[in-house]
Design a protein around this ligand. Structure first.
Ligand code: DER
Length: 210
């Protein structure tokens, strides 16, 4: 299989598990990393990697999420990799989302902001436009208060919507339309499979409402 490999702490467990199966069972697949961090981890674990161009269409992509609602819509990008993650998810026949119970929400955006990857030159106007869309935007910074740089060398605005997001699809379209925005962290229409794990190691699926 050709498999997209997501980014984040949840995915690091999945990568470890895949690495174990490659070593112990000779599991064979070609992985496409969604970030430089995942690429480094995959190489350390001996996971076989190919580029997106080499892979073409993917059989499956696996990734974590910051929030998921009952319609399987997601907020992603807490790890800042949502642009590549969305590109990879869009190339995959199946998109498997791995979460724990804390990520399952009634309304997207209730607790987590929407990460918006933005060209450094456009930070000011995009901030203003996000405000007009009802957001409270914050430029993401590191421990030294320096704006973080993504793998694309862009910045991230975390757009918080008080009370959550009423229409994630419409909001996603509106944000995507702002000049200077590369990609946002609302994923609607990609998820095909969800596994919810808890601290005891039990795993359940999540019913999808229409
Ligand atoms: O940044 C991302 O898109 C991550 O996949 C995020 O959504 C989940 O990260 P976590 O597993 O570290 O909570």
């Amino acid at each position: 299989m050709r498999v997209g490999l997501g980014t984040g702490t949840t995915m690091s467990y999945a990568l470890e598990a895949l690495g174990r199966r490659v070593r112990e069972e000779g599991l064979a697949f070609a992985g496409v990393a969604t970030s430089m961090a995942t690429e480094r981890t995959a190489r350390r674990l001996g996971l076989p990697l190919v580029t997106l161009a080499e892979a073409g269409r993917l059989d499956m992509a696996i990734d974590g999420a910051d929030e998921i609602d009952s319609k399987w819509r997601l907020i992603k990008g807490g790890g800042g990799a949502h642009t590549r993650e969305k590109i990879v998810a869009a190339q995959a026949d199946r998109f498997l989302v791995l979460v724990d119970e804390s990520k399952v929400v009634r309304r997207l955006g209730s607790a987590f902001p929407v990460p918006v990857e933005v060209a450094p030159f456009a930070v000011h106007p995009v901030t203003e436009t996000l405000r007009r869309l009802g957001a409270i935007p914050t430029l993401r910074t590191d421990a030294e208060r320096t704006p973080v740089h993504t793998d694309q060398n862009f910045h991230i605005l975390d757009a918080f919507f008080e009370g959550g997001i009423e229409n994630p699809e419409a909001l996603g379209r509106a944000i995507k339309n702002i000049p200077g925005v590369l990609e946002h962290g609302i994923f609607a229409g990609y998820t095909t499979d969800v596994l919810v794990g808890d601290e005891t190691g039990d795993v359940r699926t999540l019913a999808k409402s229409t």
